[in-house]
Design a protein. Structure first.
Length: 85
């Protein structure tokens, strides 16, 4: 996916987004069901540790703490598994 991000440093915290965060995990790819080599403890944590719900919370927290308006617009989405928003 290609996303355009614009920060409006206006002292008005808000997130405006058209991102479709409907998958459970960010970057999730069914590695657990394949015969792929074990990526190690850090590799396992990356795909499972960040949920799309937490990503939305991170954007909100960024806007509040930076006192900015964050505009996130998906400009292109390939639809490929693991590369969509």
């Amino acid at each position: 996916a290609t996303v355009r991000a614009v920060l409006d440093l206006s002292n008005r915290p808000h997130v405006h987004s058209n991102l479709n965060l409907d998958e459970e995990y960010l970057g999730w790819d069914d590695r657990a069901t394949n015969d792929a080599p074990d990526p190690g403890p850090i590799g396992d944590a990356v795909g499972e540790a960040l949920t799309c719900e937490m990503l939305a919370h991170a954007f909100e927290s960024l806007a509040v703490e930076a006192r900015c308006t964050l505009h996130l617009d998906a400009t292109r989405d390939s639809g490929a598994p693991g590369h969509t928003l």
